[in-house]
Write a protein that binds this ligand. Structure first.
Ligand SMILES: NC(=O)c1ccc[n+]([C@@H]2O[C@H](COP(=O)([O-])OP(=O)(O)OC[C@H]3O[C@@H](n4cnc5c(N)ncnc54)[C@H](O)[C@@H]3O)[C@@H](O)[C@H]2O)c1
Length: 239
């Protein structure tokens, strides 16, 4: 869904064969069918990013299908809100495992294929790694961890001709904010109002605008970029 779906479409449009890995088979298959309908190559790969054994299985299954990979986008993430005082174990565990541990485990599982590509890596952080928010400290901590993880990947993998970069989106119109919201329209209005007051570009991002930057970082046009953090937040970083 969201930024991942837009990225799959963008990369397929640019000529890539795309593997859409997700735990939501219905949504992912819909995207795969749409891409296939446009004449590009795509297929679905099940993975539950909260489970190390599922990630290992994904790595084995992808290895049976393709000889190498030219890119990996560690995109999927979840957002749960709670104050520091109210945060329970159930808030910690899924956000840290899915948002921070999974990008490391997926990269490890696919590293033999990425080395052969070579494949470049884009990891998704967030403006939350840079700007203080109330009630989302576990999420923002996981997204701050992505910055260190990516820098380490860049250093460790340069010898294989691989690059690793971070994209830090601002508020983007996706299911992340609206799927679980009791009143999606009110939530959207609230985010739009904050963006108007604190951003430079006074509107929310479209997922395609994040996907375009991801596609650029995976391309040879970004050949001298590694360990970089690219803010795609309409200027929220200035707030
Ligand atoms: N939307 C925003 O405003 C925003 C802002 C900053 C950063 N981001 C980051 O961008 C990335 C994409 O966000 P989005 O808004 O597109 O999210 P989204 O909620 O729209 O989509 C997330 C995708 O991740 C998948 N997913 C969730 N848990 C999974 C699991 N356990 N195993 C496999 N797949 C799983 C979902 O099925 C879905 O396809 C995330 O890392 C998010 O933190 C988003």
């Amino acid at each position: 869904m969201g930024i991942g779906a837009a990225t799959a479409s963008r990369l397929a449009g640019d000529g890539a064969a795309v593997i859409v890995a997700d735990c939501n088979e219905e949504a992912a298959q819909k995207k795969v069918s749409e891409i296939q309908g446009s004449g590009a190559e795509a297929w679905f790969q099940y993975v539950d990013l909260s489970s190390p054994s599922s990630i290992e299985k994904m790595g084995r299954e992808v290895t049976e299908c393709v000889p190498c990979l030219h890119g990996l986008v560690n995109n999927a993430g979840i957002l749960r809100t709670a104050s520091i005082a109210e945060t329970g174990d159930s808030d910690w565990e899924p956000q840290i495992t899915i948002n921070l541990r999974a990008p490391a485990l997926c990269t490890k599982a696919l590293l033999p294929l990425l080395r052969k590509g070579p494949g470049h890596i884009v990891n998704l952080s967030s403006e939350g790694a840079f700007i203080a928010h109330e009630n989302r400290w576990v999420y923002t901590a996981s997204k701050a961890g992505i910055l260190a993880l990516t820098r380490n990947m860049a250093r460790e993998f340069v010898g294989y001709g691989m690059r690793a970069n971070t994209v830090a989106p601002g508020w983007t119109v996706t299911e992340m904010h609206f799927l679980r919201s009791e009143d999606p329209a009110a939530k959207k209005a609230e985010l739009e109002s904050i963006q108007r007051d604190t951003g430079v570009i006074p509107r929310l991002a479209r997922p395609q605008e994040i996907a375009a930057v991801i596609a650029f970082l995976l391309s040879d046009d970004a050949s001298y970029m590694t360990a970089s953090i690219v803010h795609v937040d309409g200027g929220r970083i200035t707030s």
